[in-house]
Design a protein around this ligand. Structure first.
Ligand SMILES: Nc1nc2c(ncn2[C@@H]2O[C@H](COP(=O)(O)OP(=O)(O)OP(=O)(O)O)[C@@H](O)[C@H]2O)c(=O)[nH]1
Length: 213
């Protein structure tokens, strides 16, 4: 098995390719980051989760391609959102920013996180982000409307979903798969952009030489 570091593509037996996508989950405390991660990994909702920050992996087939999704379920110490490390920012290919639809302050947290990510990211192109309003099953206690979430996502050029980790697996699956798709689309665009730039460089080098002769 060969692992190509830069593009994170594994060439497996039979020349099949498996790409890797690193997804970082961020959001205020108790919004359901672990619940979403566990739902995606096990299809189950357990209810209470230990406070262990970890990276988990799951291999899926999306649009016919095998893809290894690594998930970093971050822990927020207190209400502060300034605790994203450079390591996390560097590691992530895509991010899921979670808020609780019954908790306005967790929604404000998402905007702060977005600003923080844009300010501190050292990556050449913006990392795809999906905003998730969780705990949809508690709609009677809703404090953030779906329109507000959608508008924020639209203005910040992010994906958007409202889900309930407690109620359904399918909605959660869609979140992770959509983000994995966005990451792969971004990679494909960068790759074709680099190819075009290569051709332009070659053509200008040839014409430059001809003119000099
Ligand atoms: N009703 C309801 N409760 C949920 C849902 N998702 C998570 N919870 C509950 O919300 C609480 C917090 O969930 P966690 O997944 O631990 O939240 P977290 O964001 O990982 O929390 P921290 O690790 O402290 O940052 C738990 O009691 C969960 O059972 C949901 O969709 N609906």
């Amino acid at each position: 098995m060969v692992v190509e570091e830069g593009s994170r593509v594994e060439v497996m037996e039979g020349n099949q390719q498996r790409s890797e996508v690193n997804i970082l989950l961020l959001g205020a405390r108790n919004v359901g980051k672990t619940a979403l991660t566990v739902r995606f990994l096990t299809r189950r909702f357990i209810g209470e989760y230990g406070a262990i920050e970890s990276i988990y992996s799951r291999v899926d087939r999306i649009n016919g391609q095998e893809i290894c999704i690594n998930i970093w379920d971050s822990q927020q110490p207190g209400e502060k959102v300034s605790s994203i490390s450079d390591k996390q920012l560097q590691w992530a290919d895509g991010m899921i920013l979670v808020y609780n639809i019954c908790d306005r302050s967790s929604f404000s947290c998402v905007l702060q996180l977005l600003q923080l990510i844009r300010r501190r990211s050292r990556k050449p192109s913006p990392v795809p982000v999906v905003i998730v309003g969780n705990k949809r099953d508690l709609r009677d206690h809703r404090r953030v409307s779906g329109e507000e979430g959608r508008l924020l996502a639209l203005t910040e050029r992010c994906g958007f979903f409202e889900v309930s980790a407690a109620e359904t697996y399918h909605g959660v699956l869609l979140v992770f798969h959509r983000l994995a798709d966005l990451v792969r689309e971004g990679r494909a665009l960068r790759k074709s952009g680099a190819r075009v730039r290569g051709i332009v460089r070659t053509v200008s080098a040839v014409f430059g030489r001809k003119r000099a002769e």
